[in-house]
Design a binder for this molecule. Sequence first.
Ligand code: HEC
Length: 103
Amino acid sequence: MQSIYRLGAGLLMLAASLAQAQDAHLGRNLAATCANCHGTNGRALGDTVKPLAGVSADKIVAAINDYKSGAQPATIMHQIAKGYTDDQIKLIAAYFAAQPAKK
Ligand code: HEC
């Protein structure tokens, strides 16, 4: 009987460590959803869409909030912005801010 409890505890710890491992990459994984338009790791190629790499997190969060609220009119970002929670946007912004800017 006791060994069943021990197995249960072991599985719980495994689940907890798996959840943590996922969290460590959550910002990067969420930021990957922006890569189609803003480039891999936010380094956009060409001049059509602005790069996000190296842009301060505050600036990105503010821009997304303006798109969300409609304060900043947009062709697409007002729709994309609504697809993320505030916490997710913070993670995404922190990820891009930490990327080396395009030269
Ligand atoms: C389908 C293409 C597309 C995707 C995907 C996309 N963007 Fe954008 N982004 C744009 C376009 C186009 C603009 C210019 C504003 C507009 O017309 O919507 C823009 C503008 C922005 C700006 C303002 C840049 C500036 O300096 O003015 C930020 C910040 C931004 N996007 C962040 C993001 C983030 C974060 C994601 C991922 C969650 C993302 N975008 C996903 C196309 C995209």
